[in-house]
Every structure is written in C-alpha cells, then in structure tokens.
Design a binder for this molecule. Sequence first.
Ligand code: B16
Ligand code: MG
Length: 218
Amino acid sequence: MRYKGVIFDLDGVITDTAQYHYVAWKDLGIKIGIDIDEEFNESLKGISRLESLEKILIRGNKENDYNNLQKEDLAKSKNEYYVSLLDRLTPNDVLENIVETLNYLKESNIKIGLASASKNAPTILNKLQLIDYFDVIVDPSQVERGKPSPDIFLECAKMLDLNVKECIGIEDSEAGVVAINESNMLSIGIGSESNLNHANMVLSSTKELIQTIKTLIS
Ligand code: B16
Ligand code: MG
C-alpha cells in the first residue's frame, strides 16, 4: 500500500459553511460600504480571515482607510457573527459520504489529518461530531504562510509522521489545490473542472470520494 494518510480541507470538503461566511462578510460589507456578492465570495474560499478582509477592502478601494488594529476589529466582528451562525450546524450538515469515507479510512488504518485555514475548525468538527476521527488538526495560526503556500499540508504530514508522497490531499478551493500540489502530495479537487483542473483528480462532489479513495489505497 502506497498511501498512508489522507489530509482533508474542511469548508467545502467536510461541510459547507461558505454560505455562513458570505452572510457574515456581507453584513460587515454593509457596515463599511462595500458590496459583496456571491461571485466575489467564491474568491475568498480557502483564504484566511485577515487576507479575506484585505481582499474586501481592496474591492471597495478602502485598503488604506484602516490601520492594523482597526482591521483586526473588523475581522473580529465578522467572526463573532459567523460563529453565532455556526450554532445551527448539526451532524446533518456533513457532506455526502464523508462519514463513510472516514470510517473506511479508520478501518484501513490510514491516518487522517485536517489542513483547514479556519481557526474555527475544532468548533465546527465538534458540532458535526467528527472530531474523534482526526489524528491531527493543524492550527493555521502556527504555520507561516496560508494557502496557496503548501505550509499547512507540509505541517500536517509532519505531524502525522508521514512523507508527503504517502499522503493524499483533498480540497475544494483553487488556492488549496495549489497548496497540495506545491507540497508534492496527490491532490483531489472537489468541485468543477473549470477552476480545479490543476488537481491530479477532480470529483464533482464528495459522493464520489469513497470509491476513489478505495481505489487509491487498496
Ligand atoms: P475562519 P478551509 C477556510 O476554510 C474558508 O474556506 C475561508 O472562507 C475562511 O476565510 C477561512 O477558512 C478562515 O476561516 O475565519 O473561520 O478562521 O476551506 O481552509 O477549511
Ligand atoms: Mg475549503
């Protein structure tokens, strides 16, 4: 068996909280006079909270209107609203066939890691009742550079005590797939071929994941 670990992204792979991020960023946008639409929200996927805010300020030509402390306050206020929306999450919000895939990996003694840009990842995994499946959850504040840099995937492999060539990375964002590729792991993109064609394999949804993983690790 060649692969010994599977490293998951969270938002867009295990559950879909992009809509909650959108609602919370849109609310902040209204307060500071910047319109955020769903298409723009797509470009924030996989990008850290502060980097997302920078992109939003640039969109509104307001990147020089706030100092670092004020930016942190804006990001904090967005996060407080976002976290209040997370209260609605239940195990029913786990994407299709993810639990089956995690069970299969456990039965096959494959290590499981999480490489999410979200500082709320442990809260989300607890609400989904999935946290016990994970051998390693990388704290994104402990890695130097966010996605598309490979740092978080490299750190996850290191914490799992595996070589990158023994790991498969799964991502839904363009930046995340770049990060996996740069780490030299096998990349599986979940979503559309049109923006994930740089992944080694693209699946249209998590429904197909279990069969693909079975083929790769058997
Ligand atoms: P937080 P992922 C990412 O999660 C989201 O896709 C992105 O939209 C968000 O800004 C980022 O987490 C940071 O999240 O504000 O909760 O720390 O896709 O890397 O699992
Ligand atoms: Mg994601």
